[in-house]
Design a protein around this ligand. Sequence first.
Ligand SMILES: Nc1ccn([C@@H]2O[C@H](COP(=O)(O)OP(=O)(O)OP(=O)(O)O)[C@@H](O)[C@H]2O)c(=O)n1
Ligand SMILES: C[C@](O)(CO)[C@H](O)COP(=O)(O)O
Length: 225
Amino acid sequence: MMYTVIIPAAGQGKRMGSDRNKVFLELDGRPVIYHTVSKFDEDASCQAIYLSARQDEVALLTELLKGFHKVKGLVIGGSERQYSIYNALKVIPPCEVVMVHDAARPFVSQETLTELYDAACAKNAVIAAVPVKDTIKVINNGVIDHTPDRNVLWQVQTPQAFKYELLLEAYQQAAESRFLGTDDASLVERLGVPVSVVVSDYDNIKLTTPEDLYFAEAIMKKRGI
Ligand SMILES: Nc1ccn([C@@H]2O[C@H](COP(=O)(O)OP(=O)(O)OP(=O)(O)O)[C@@H](O)[C@H]2O)c(=O)n1
Ligand SMILES: C[C@](O)(CO)[C@H](O)COP(=O)(O)O
């Protein structure tokens, strides 16, 4: 059994504030998306890679990724991350396990991929996450409402891995009820299906705002890249 991964890359990178989609920014002379795709290309359990891309970036992405033989298709993304992923999910060949991973997370480790895949085979739904380090407050109109117990708070990441039929069902139901979530697990949670967690690492950052590029440099330095 192997898995298929969907990599949404059709965002705009507004919070990064650069002149182009952040997945094309370069790290060590290669675009972010190249680093991300290479993690899955190198994983022996990954059988196929599908990406969601902006219409005007399809040609660029095709050229950039032409050396990766596991890349089986590019679909046109939508106006939200969820729509970009659903567009891919609707066209990929049925498989046992499907993972979803943000193009903007180029530092996912092989250990996390292996743990997630093994857990997804044994369970229906599993995501990568790390415990929050800070104290989190719920604030209303500039005033603290309450302080949730930090022991139950986790910062969730991608990859998120699911049995294919379950994820498809979750996306179909979300579309029917016009539910928009900020991650894939939230769509599965709505079905009442338990979603497990694999403890990932703090290097698996999403490049979201400009300071994340400094963290990216530090992670690469640590890894000797
Ligand atoms: N309509 C969208 C929005 C996001 N994404 C992808 O989803 C991942 C996570 O999204 P995020 O970090 O929010 O990226 P952007 O939407 O590009 O960023 P911003 O919200 O700052 O514009 C990214 O790899 C991004 O390319 C996508 O495929 N389609
Ligand atoms: C899926 C995700 O990466 C988990 O942290 C995140 O929720 C994506 O959301 P964003 O609002 O598009 O950054």
